[in-house]
Design a protein around this ligand. Sequence first.
Ligand code: 4GO
Length: 227
Amino acid sequence: MRFDVITLFPAMFLAIKEEGVIARGITKSLLSINTWQLRDFSNNKHRNIDDKSYGGGAGMVMQVEPIRQCIAKIKQENPNSKVIYLSPQGQKLTQKLAAELSTLDSITLLCGRYEGVDERIIKHDVDMEVSIGDYVISGGELAAMVLIDSISRQVPGVLGNQDSLNDSFSDGLLDYPHYTRPEEIDGQKVPEVLLSGYQANIDTWRQDQALKNTQLKRQDLIQKIDQ
Ligand code: 4GO
């Protein structure tokens, strides 16, 4: 999977490029993250990429031309790249959507700042709007990183011996509880079944706990399964 990211703050992406699961995916050549500084596509010497909003009001709007030129440049190398704009108006990110997007070869992520991008970019250049939840953040970058992470961990080989199929939500339920050493701390014991060595019993216990966890914490997810 190749990610191309259009942003005013490329350095923000060092956080995921240099640490953790995504960094390992990059080392294994299963992933690449290429950032594009939108200001490099400005058409003036001040490197401006935004202007006042037609109709007035506070806040600047990101202009069409630099974004369109940047996308054209990215598409020279990846003609089929799917262009995603991160915004609260987008389709809500779920484990299922991340799984679907993980089958693509190339995704371009457009990160807005200020009041966002000129609507004509969304109409003409963007294939899909995605939202990471019903709240506003100051730029698309953090949302893009959430999307990159959730997609990348479902790209085959990225997680190694761990397995994204066991993630919460993959079967529509939350995860079961996890324990590690020591067996007892301050009187709190690890559930006996996990020490028993009977894998069938452990699997049954985990399924039961996942269901109970979901009933207790996320009743709405149970209703979704029943539908
Ligand atoms: C994405 C972007 C929220 C989301 C954003 C979200 N806020 N819920 N802010 O996924 C345009 C300028 C959008 C700031 C950006």
